[in-house]
Design a binder for this molecule. Structure first.
Ligand SMILES: [Zn+2]
Length: 391
């Protein structure tokens, strides 16, 4: 089918002129036969072709519909290459009014190569930027007045949080002569969060969360329709959701208790151990004198965890000869607590603690006969019986 049709127009004109001068001497048939025997086909009968028409203007005419398909495919190939692998293309359309028309044509057919060149001739080159030392994506976005989101769209192959000098960033992709809208669908499996039923429990401290029944997330297939302009995401919308499994709700116990409480003979909330001395007058175990004891003593192994009585701010975390390593916490409202003879202090002055938070470890520092916690509660600076605050 391939015929050489070069210079056909000029040949036609030439024939017309020759005809004027020598038409009386030779018959046209004779003239034709001379040319037909040469390398030029000069048949004037129109041949079926395929015109690529943009806004009623013919850009080129191809002879073979397969060539037309090839040219359009080649033109759109780089746009399609930008799509996510999991995309399912549902339509490809030109933004301009483009028609492919079957025509009877007697002009010069374009080659596929020329047609492709014609399609690509008006494209604007991409605007690129080479990252320099000290640049951040935010600087670049601001300098070139582009949104960060837009930059992310144009540079999906680059981790924009970690750019290096020499990285080439696309500020504006090349604009093709004919914009193409490619619509794709993509199915993504997503989770459905569960909700927890909350049970308030006044036997648990306010920071406690106890899972009674663990919830199970559901799953769904979400179908997105993604319109891309020249292969860059443009409009994304959810078009379908198919639930694969429903979420199962959980049950959560949330504590409401704002102070530590004594739970048993040995569990005093702030620590665990044996009750060895109460609040009030007693014979001091070391001096042997009758003295007022401003707290309670709970004996246990060195290293037993000591917890904050309630939420508050640490006002003292230091060593003294009598208390040894000790901590004082201001709980507000005139209430403060003191923890003495610690082997280790886990907080410092200014630390904000929550109820039940570990603040140190039991020990025997200062004036002490063995590992124990000396625990004091003060109301407006005056020591009060801690047992009344652990009820
Ligand atoms: Zn004591």
């Amino acid at each position: 089918m391939k015929k050489l049709r070069l210079k056909k127009k000029s040949i036609v004109i030439l024939i017309a002129i020759l005809g004027l001068f020598i038409g009386t001497y030779y018959s046209t048939e004779a003239l034709f036969s001379e040319f037909i025997s040469g390398e030029f086909s000069i048949s004037e009968a129109p041949i079926q072709g395929y015109a690529f028409i943009v806004n009623e203007e013919t850009w080129f005419v191809l002879e073979d519909p397969r060539e037309m398909k090839y040219v359009i495919d080649e033109y759109q190939k780089p746009m399609i290459a930008r799509l996510n692998d999991k995309s399912n293309i549902t339509s490809i359309e030109f933004v301009e009014d483009v028609k492919i028309k079957e025509v009877m044509y007697s002009g010069t057919f374009s080659s596929a190569k020329d047609a492709l060149a014609k399609l690509n001739e008006n494209k604007d080159e991409a605007q690129l930027y080479t990252v320099m030392k000290g640049d951040t994506m935010w600087d670049i976005a601001e300098r070139f007045n582009i949104s960060f989101r837009q930059l992310a769209t144009y540079n999906s192959d680059i981790n924009l949080d970690r750019i290096w000098p020499g990285n080439v960033i696309t500020l504006q992709p090349s604009k093709p002569s004919l914009d193409v809208i490619i619509t794709t669908t993509q199915v993504v499996e997503e989770s459905i969060p569960y909700t927890n039923e909350i049970i308030r429990d006044n036997t648990l401290i306010s920071t406690a969360r106890v899972v009674v029944k663990r919830g199970i997330e559901g799953t769904k297939n979400v179908t997105y329709a993604i319109k891309t302009l020249n292969g860059f995401p443009h409009v994304v919308e959810v078009i379908n959701e198919e639930i694969l499994s429903e979420p199962e709700g959980g049950i959560l116990k949330v504590g409401t208790q704002t102070t530590m409480k004594r739970r048993s003979a040995t569990d005093f909330g702030v620590t665990v151990g044996r009750y060895t001395s109460g609040f009030g007058y007693r014979l001091h175990p070391i001096t042997g004198r009758r003295e007022f004891h401003y707290g309670i003593d709970i004996a246990g192994p060195q290293g037993t965890v000591i917890k904050a009585y309630a939420a508050g701010t640490v006002t003292r975390a230091q060593f003294s000869s009598g208390y040894g390593n000790y901590i004082e916490i201001n709980h507000g409202g005139g209430l403060s607590t003191l923890y003495a003879h610690l082997s280790k202090i886990n907080v410092s002055v200014g630390t904000r603690v929550t109820v039940g938070q570990q603040i140190g470890l039991m020990g025997s520092t200062g004036v002490s006969t063995g590992s124990h916690l000396h625990f004091e509660v003060k109301r407006n600076g005056t020591p009060v019986n801690p047992l009344n605050y652990l009820n």
